[in-house]
Design a protein around this ligand. Structure first.
Ligand SMILES: [Zn+2]
Length: 659
């Protein structure tokens, strides 16, 4: 959190005691009636105070408290807070206020269940959105402003010394202490630098998959590492046209029957094309009406921000009216050379009309494909347009500066469909560089779109932790964050594990990210799992990494450090056995001899033995829940990869044969 210091907050001699010498010195007062969001915060506070000091604090609804003489922690929007003038009206996103006044420590931030604002509708598409927003098991439940919980986490982090390294009960580091206190002149407002940060599966999911929201350790990890969605934003998978067409007339097929002229023309004919990815004729005023009205319907339903973008793999409409709007014709040698005004001009009109009808609602417009090159005609969009840039590169910010108020980023860093599959996909250095860039350029919405993440916590854990901590405070030095992680997780093995991770991430930086770019915009440069594994993990690199792991093995003394070391070493075996198969296969393809065939067979056997071991961990549920975050993800994709570039075909699926 970026801290705005309102008063002097350095520790004073007296201090405000919450627990003193192993005894509770404060009671917790909650608002009455108490919103479940504040109750979550009270439960979080008590769970960790108990873990630190071994005592529970009494939690009392404020109306039943009567006269309290000792210290009070007033959580959430209590009447006490209102009376003391502790007001969260101007705290942005899910920030919070910490303030000590006389015998009361106020922890309060804006709390709101945003999904509860999404209304039902007779329209089948809107009805489904309503169901998903209200389904407690869906990720949409993340759409909550939990400012008071942020305040509790901030307190536990700053004054309890707790660190949430990995999203399981054993991934937390909770220092023991008989006394917990805050300065008695504490007064500050903390506001998160990023409005929201969402990555599928990161944090709130249990290691066994599912129970997205009910899984407390993941929930607290996500809150402490700033992965959260305190905005009512409807992300439509990036491409909104299909949803808008369905809201408007049920399906693209139905719309094509009544209004074929709404669809793109090719070779003189209107085409339905792929109904799940319709291409529209944007010079048609009826299309602009449809796109406007359907956004208005979504705003009426209760969403504050709705993503908007043309269909994926955009193909222009060749009708004379569309072609008269611009010189955009095609995607030439990998670059868009002419601005696609036929998309920008309608967007401006849609935004103006939505601004008149819904002045407080936002359109999250994706800058993607043909819209990466800014308009030469629309130099400024209405203030309700928020641009979300895909494949963010430094020059995008310069090009787009001044055209919209606020930027979002749609990021491709993770996703098991990428060439690395469930191995390491990103590095702390690249993450730190990009987050600094985003912060500098006013990016407020971070969204890791597409696919899952969090399948290899043993080797990607430091990346997620660096991202999480930088999202709380972009001024931190990522090497310091890594140091905290290594010592907190690996104990006495920290120094050697640092060497291991430095070596691992250096390989990813030099032989993967340097080729594809840190935004992964040139992903076709490393187009396959084979290209990835053979260039990043040649035999000598695997040997070096294995050597470092071997020398770290005996160093970890306590049980916790040993177990986390074991996770990293285990998941390195995935990387190593997979790379070894590719190396043997390459040799075999060059000269398909009996010897090389046998060697390939042996490498495949080693990998299958590893995979069998990995699958067997699932029998011990308690082991997995404590020590194997992301287990559901890695086991799902380990054997044959996911889709696209990560797919593992021959020789994984089928032995190429013996000569
Ligand atoms: Zn047209």
């Amino acid at each position: 959190m970026l801290l705005v210091v309102l008063g002097v907050c350095c520790g004073s001699a007296a201090g405000f005691d919450i627990v003193k010498d192993g005894r509770a010195s404060a009671v917790v007062l909650t608002p009455d009636p108490c919103d479940p969001i504040v109750l979550d915060a009270a439960n979080c506070l008590n769970k960790y105070v108990q873990e630190i000091a071994g005592v529970r604090l009494e939690v009392i609804p404020e109306s039943q408290a009567g006269e309290v003489h000792g210290n009070i922690i007033a959580l959430g929007a209590t009447r006490l807070a209102a009376r003391a003038g502790v007001n969260v009206a101007d705290v942005s996103f899910d920030g919070y206020i910490h303030r000590v006044k006389d015998n009361i420590f106020f922890i309060v931030g804006p709390d709101e269940n945003i999904s509860s604002k999404v209304a039902d509708s007779a329209n089948p598409v809107l009805h489904n959105l309503y169901l998903s927003a209200h389904d407690e098991n869906r990720w949409a439940r993340l759409e909550c402003r939990r400012g008071t919980l942020s305040g509790v986490i901030g307190f536990l982090h700053d004054y309890g010394g707790i660190r949430w390294f990995l999203p399981t009960p054993m991934g937390e580091k909770v220092p023991k202490s008989a006394t917990i206190r805050v300065p008695d002149d504490l007064s500050r407002k903390a506001e998160p630098p990023f409005a929201c940060a969402f990555a599928q599966n990161i944090g709130a999911q249990s290691p066994l998959g599912g129970r997205l929201w009910g899984y407390a350790p993941g929930f607290y990890w996500a809150a402490a590492n700033s992965f959260r969605l305190p905005l009512s934003c409807l992300f439509l998978g990036g491409h909104s046209w299909v949803v808008q067409v369905r809201i408007f007339s049920g399906s693209a097929e139905a719309l094509f029957k009544t209004h074929p002229e709404y669809f793109a023309m090719r070779d003189g004919k209107r085409l339905l094309g792929q109904p799940h990815n319709p291409m529209l004729c944007t010079s048609n005023p009826g299309v602009v009406d449809m796109l406007t009205q359907t956004l208005q319907q979504l705003f009426d339903q209760g969403w504050d921000m709705v993503q908007y973008n043309q269909s994926d793999g955009y193909r222009r409409c060749e009708c004379p009216n569309c072609d008269a709007m611009d010189g955009y014709r095609t995607y030439e040698s990998g670059k868009f050379t002419e601005p696609c005004e036929r998309l920008f001009i309608p967007l401006k009109e849609i935004a103006e009309r939505c601004f008149r009808s819904h002045p407080n609602k936002k359109i999250l417009a994706m800058i993607y494909g043909p819209t990466k090159l800014p308009s030469a005609k629309v130099l400024k969009f209405p203030s309700n347009v928020v641009f979300q840039i895909c494949h963010t590169e430094p020059e995008d910010f310069d090009r787009w500066r001044g055209r919209g108020d606020l930027f979002g980023a749609w990021l491709y860093w993770f996703g098991a469909y990428q060439a690395p599959g469930v191995s390491v996909k990103y590095t702390p250095r690249a993450a730190a560089e990009n987050i600094a860039l985003f912060h500098k350029h006013g990016v407020r919405v971070l969204y890791w779109g597409m696919g899952s993440s969090g399948e290899n916590w043993g080797n990607e854990g430091p990346v997620y932790y660096v991202i999480g901590q930088l999202m709380r405070d972009p001024s931190l030095d990522y090497r310091q964050i890594l140091h905290e992680y290594h010592t907190g997780v690996y104990g006495d093995a920290a120094d050697t594990m640092r060497e291991y991770f430095d070596c691992l991430y250096d390989r990813i930086d030099r032989y993967y990210l340097a080729q594809v770019g840190s935004s992964l915009a040139q992903i076709e440069e490393v187009g396959s799992a084979e290209a990835f594994f053979t260039s990043v993990y040649p035999p000598q690199a695997l040997e070096r990494l294995q050597g470092l792991l071997d020398s770290a093995r005996g160093l970890a003394k306590d049980e916790r450090a040993k177990m986390w070391y074991a996770l990293t070493a285990d998941q390195f075996q995935y990387i190593k056995t997979t790379a070894n198969v590719f190396h043997a296969y390459r040799e075999y393809k060059k000269a398909p001899t009996q010897d090389l065939s046998l060697r390939l067979r042996a490498r495949l056997d080693e990998r299958n033995e590893y995979l069998d071991r990995l699958m067997a961990y699932g029998r011990d549920k308690s082991f997995v829940e404590n020590w194997y975050p992301g287990y559901a993800g890695i086991t799902r994709y380990a054997r044959y990869g996911s889709k696209g570039r990560s797919k593992l075909g021959v020789p994984f699926t089928e032995f190429p044969g013996t000569p």
